[in-house]
Ligand binder design. Structure first.
Ligand code: AP5
Ligand code: MG
Length: 218
């Protein structure tokens, strides 16, 4: 199976994808994580992407499409993929559909996480990420045992360059303008599942697993 996680910045896509990867054995592919890794490594892709990420703008379609489609050709994606943060425009959705169709493959389900705007903002402003293992925490909802230190690997926690009030408001506008048209696109295809993204992380995972089960091909 291949699934897409759709939802505003801070909706919980990355958090839930980590849980779903463990629960299903599908590979979690996050375009934002790939860009941040390229920025950390100082590659040409990272240098190109940095200013888009800092401003909360989308990286151009041709760059994103090339990067993600090359990644899904790797052998660790053979058991299916959980797409997180991709596709984000109709062009990206079309390119993904065409690439999967070449291998007689398709997207089986799109899970749309619904979260109120005030909660999204609090989640993003409070997010801390481990520099070493990329585990994600939250000052308000999922604090580490020791402030500034990762529970899992004792790495330093940092705040993403786009996790500030000004940029999050812009990212929400970009989502509305450029990504939200995908909701109608996938609803028309009959594969959209709307999920309440509020509440306990495990409860949300359970709702998503149920949606994935219902979408499994017979
Ligand atoms: P990306 O990294 O994809 O960011 P995003 O879509 O803005 O989403 P976030 O990562 O902010 O939120 P999330 O939904 O993953 O939430 P999380 O689980 O972390 O993209 C970043 C940038 O990269 C873009 O702006 C663009 O420049 C570029 N880019 C990436 N993909 C692109 C593409 N396809 N095309 C073009 N450009 C692209 O949760 C948030 C916080 O809330 C965490 O602290 C978490 O602990 C907490 N939390 C999660 N769930 C709960 C819960 N149930 N209760 C309480 N707290 C919770
Ligand atoms: Mg994310």
């Amino acid at each position: 199976m291949n699934i897409i996680l759709l939802g505003s910045p801070g909706a919980g896509k990355g958090t839930q994808a980590t849980e779903l990867e463990a629960a299903t054995g599908m590979k979690h592919i996050a375009s934002g994580d790939m860009f941040r890794a390229a920025v950390r490594e100082g590659t040409p892709l990272g240098k190109l992407a940095q200013s888009y990420l800092d401003k909360g703008e989308l990286v151009p379609d041709d760059v994103v499409i090339g990067m993600v489609l090359e990644r899904v050709r790797q052998p660790d994606c053979e058991n299916g993929v959980i797409f997180d943060g991709f596709p984000r425009t109709p062009q990206q959705a079309e390119a993904l559909q065409a690439a999967l169709a070449e291998h007689n493959d398709a997207i089986n389900a799109v899970l749309l996480l619904h979260v109120d705007k005030d909660v999204l903002i609090q989640r993003v402003i409070g997010r801390w990420t481990c520099r070493k293992c990329q585990a994600v925490y939250n000052t308000y909802f999922r604090a580490p045992k020791v402030e500034g230190v990762c529970d899992l690997c004792e790495g330093d926690l940092y705040q993403r360059s786009d996790d500030n009030l000004e940029t999050i408001n812009h990212r929400l506008d970009v989502y509305e303008a450029q990504t939200s048209p995908l909701i109608a696109h996938y609803r028309t295809q009959g594969i959209l599942h709307e999920i309440n993204g509020l509440g306990d992380i495990d409860d949300i995972t359970a709702r998503m697993v149920q949606a994935i089960e219902s979408a499994k091909p017979c």
